[in-house]
Design a protein around this ligand. Sequence first.
Ligand code: HEC
Ligand code: HEC
Length: 122
Amino acid sequence: MNPHSTQKLGRTCESCHIDTRAVGLGRGSVKYINGDLKFIPALSSSPDITGLDHPLDAFVDIDGRPLVHTSRPGLRTFNREEIKRILYVGLCLECHGDFNDKVMKNWNPSNPPEPCVNMNYR
Ligand code: HEC
Ligand code: HEC
C-alpha cells in the first residue's frame, strides 16, 4: 500500500487478494494444491550474488517467516495464516467477484467456505 498517493477509486479486490506483492511475497504465482497454497516466486529464490535464501522482492515467505526488518514499532509482515486467508479469497474472485456475490457476502472468516465444484484448479 502506498500512503503517498490518493485517488477517488478504491482498490480492486484483486489488487490485494490475487497480487502476491501486496501480501509481501514478491512477484510470482500461486497454486492451490491438495487444499494448500503454494507460492512459486518469479525471481530467483536464492540469488547468487547476495547470499540470500529468498528472492530480493520478498518481505516474507509463504510460511510467514519475515525476511526484512521494519522501521516502526508495531509494523510487521503478514503471518502465515493471514497470507493464506488473503490469497485463498483470491482463488474465488474470478467468479465470486465482489460483496454483491452471496459467497463473499456470507463469507465467515472463522469458517471460510470450501472451494466449489465450479472452480478450475489451475
Ligand atoms: C487493500 C487490500 C484489500 C482489498 C482492496 C480487499 N481486501 Fe479483502 N482482505 C484484506 C485483508 C488484509 C484481509 C484480512 C485477512 C486476515 O485478517 O487474515 C481481508 C479479508 C477478506 C475476507 C475474509 C477472508 C478470511 O477468511 O479471513 C474476504 C472474504 C475478503 N477480504 C473479500 C474481499 C473482497 C470481495 C474485496 C473487494 C470488494 C476485498 N476483499 C478487497 C485486504 C483487502
Ligand atoms: C470458475 C468459476 C468459479 C470459481 C473460481 C469459484 N466458484 Fe464458487 N461457484 C461458481 C458458480 C457458477 C456457482 C453457482 C452459482 C452461484 O451460486 O453463484 C458457485 C457456487 C458456490 C457456492 C454455493 C453458493 C450458494 O450459496 O449457493 C459456494 C459456497 C462457492 N461457490 C464457494 C467458492 C469458493 C470458496 C471459491 C474459491 C475458493 C469458489 N467458489 C470459486 C463458480 C466459481
